[in-house]
Design a protein around this ligand. Structure first.
Ligand SMILES: NC(=O)c1ccc[n+]([C@@H]2O[C@H](COP(=O)([O-])OP(=O)(O)OC[C@H]3O[C@@H](n4cnc5c(N)ncnc54)[C@H](O)[C@@H]3O)[C@@H](O)[C@H]2O)c1
Length: 250
């Protein structure tokens, strides 16, 4: 129960990894704000958490705008009065190299994958500073550290998430606000399945590419996020933690 009486925001909470993160924090006592632009998906995750005795509330917001991001923080402060942990997990993948990706997809990737973190963190940090501390965990990607081919917008935005995390970690460590990022490899979610189908491969094919013998589970990323947000990770600030089953980017 590391998060008893803590308030945790999880963006992208309707998605594969976000739902697992929200569920994990709730299982350790947190009041979780499950936020996503998919209102019904966020409600379903919050309902499932409450059905098993946890505490969760859904909040619909589109984080591709500054207003959407700020509304999440404002709503949480108005209803809960505190933000102990902010998990910037929402993200999207637009495929293509520089000659095939559209300018709109390039801009949307930046808006959702990195600009949104600027806006949520800028809104949440003053509250964390006033409270004397807090934790932020950003979801980057292994591909932000080692780019996979033909995903330039995704890779560049995730590299920006990595640098953003190191910058924030450094700037706010004196305020006892720890900012870290997880960098997952292949994790079994809808995002991964759509890519596998498109490539004509099967999940079994993908499992064979991972030295550990299988792709990762959302719950495994959630366990790492919870650790980084917990007091057990007290000296971790500005860290980028890969979780990949030892798979190299091909
Ligand atoms: N699945 C993987 O293999 C993998 C690997 C590395 C990193 N990641 C990262 O993990 C995070 C979660 O990914 P996932 O696999 O659970 O994908 P997902 O598509 O299941 O979940 C992403 C969620 O973000 C939400 N979202 C997207 N745009 C939004 C917007 N404008 N406003 C509000 N919400 C928005 C979606 O509605 C969705 O629920 C992402 O940042 C992704 O880049 C995933």
């Amino acid at each position: 129960m590391r998060f008893q009486d803590k308030t945790v925001i999880v963006t992208g909470g309707a998605g594969g990894i976000g739902a697992a993160i929200a569920t994990r924090f709730a299982s350790e006592g947190a009041q979780v704000i499950v936020t996503d632009m998919l209102a019904e998906g966020a409600e379903a995750v919050a309902d499932a958490i409450r059905a098993t005795g946890g505490r969760a509330r859904a909040f619909a917001a589109d984080i591709s705008t500054a207003d959407g991001c700020q509304s999440i923080v404002a709503n949480t402060m108005a209803t809960e009065g505190r933000i102990d942990v902010l998990c910037n997990n929402a993200g999207l993948m637009r495929r293509g190299n520089i000659l095939s990706i559209t300018a709109d997809d390039w801009r949307l990737s930046f808006a959702v994958n990195i600009d949104a973190m600027f806006h949520t963190c800028a809104a949440a940090l003053p509250h964390m500073i006033a409270a004397g501390g807090g934790a932020i965990v950003n979801t980057a990607s292994q591909w932000g550290l080692h780019p996979a081919p033909n995903h330039i917008a995704y890779n560049v935005t995730k590299a920006a998430v990595a640098s953003f995390t190191q910058n924030l970690g450094r700037d706010y460590a004196p305020h006892k606000i720890r900012v870290n990022a997880v960098c997952p490899g292949e994790i079994h979610t809808a995002m991964l399945e759509s890519g596998v189908k498109r490539s004509g491969r099967t999940m079994a094919d993908l499992d064979k590419l991972v030295p550990y013998g299988r792709v990762g589970k959302p719950e495994e990323v959630a366990a790492l996020v919870a650790f980084l947000a917990s007091d057990e990770a007290a000296f971790m600030c500005g860290s980028l933690v890969e979780i990949t089953g030892a798979q190299a980017v091909a």
